[in-house]
Design a protein around this ligand. Structure first.
Ligand SMILES: [Zn+2]
Length: 257
């Protein structure tokens, strides 16, 4: 399969299978079959055969560091990147997402920002790659939420939730968010979003990552001396405006720590 065919396949899966898988996930949750579904089919295409574990953040990004953790806004409990995987079939994991990752790694090696810049094709594919990470983290958020509520023994629509829980948990909101995320992956042309991606060089020694699902993502990868910031849902007239906005967010995150 050529790289173009792989991308086409990814877009088709996001457009066709993705919607079906998401609907099934939500229905199964509401009817109490949730855990079964999550463990027995690919969360991208829905296939039930050749299931593998897809890392939500690729291992080469977090340097295979078994100690590095992140927290989701769902339960604030630290979770290890290494143990954070989603069930995906071998085709989606190795053939599609891994092919895209290999392309990204190759681009990161080949393009030294001092002498050369990314082609619009490179640029669009970096965006698409970040979109797939966003979608995977959304799936983690959704499944963590579902598990938390299942373990607590009630279905949010039927039982009394505290106001703070309600704020974070509306099926309609997370459903439309995940649909938007899939729609982005299924869109071929990324030129409208070109200014929303900021790429720079970094001298940081260990990888760094933060992310607000459906809004923005920040990844610093020391191995390639690169830093990426991307706004999933905002278009900018020029990259200066995007940079300014990104700097504000980065500053506020570092001040919090
Ligand atoms: Zn699949």
């Amino acid at each position: 399969m050529s790289f173009e065919d792989t991308l086409l396949r990814l877009r088709l899966i996001a457009r066709k299978n993705g919607k079906y898988v998401m609907n099934k996930l939500f229905n199964d949750y509401l009817t109490g079959h949730f855990n079964k579904e999550v463990n027995t089919s690919c969360l991208l295409c829905g296939s039930e055969s050749n299931l593998t574990k897809e890392h939500v953040l690729p291992k080469w990004v977090f340097e295979n560091d078994s100690k590095r953790t992140f927290t989701t806004d769902v339960n604030q409990l630290p979770q290890k990147y290494i143990g954070t995987t989603l069930p995906m079939c071998a085709t989606c994991n190795s053939e599609i997402l891994n092919t895209l990752e290999k392309y990204i790694q190759k681009t990161l090696v080949e393009v030294d920002l001092k002498t050369k810049y990314y082609s619009s094709e490179n640029w669009g594919n970096i965006i698409r790659w970040l979109e797939t990470i966003d979608f995977k983290f959304q799936l983690i958020d959704i499944t963590t939420k579902f598990r938390a509520h299942k373990e607590a023994g009630y279905i949010p629509f039927l039982a009394g939730l505290s106001i703070s829980e309600m704020r974070d948990f509306s099926i309609r909101t997370i459903k439309s968010k995940s649909r938007l995320s899939l729609k982005r992956i299924s869109t071929k042309d990324k030129s409208k979003m070109a200014n929303s991606l900021i790429v720079g060089t970094t001298k940081i020694k260990t990888f760094n990552y933060f992310h607000k699902s459906g809004q923005f993502i920040h990844i610093e990868i020391p191995k390639y001396n690169k830093v990426f910031f991307y706004f999933f849902d905002r278009e900018f007239k020029n990259d200066e405006n995007a940079k300014k906005e990104a700097m504000k967010i980065i500053k506020s995150v570092y001040e919090e720590e």
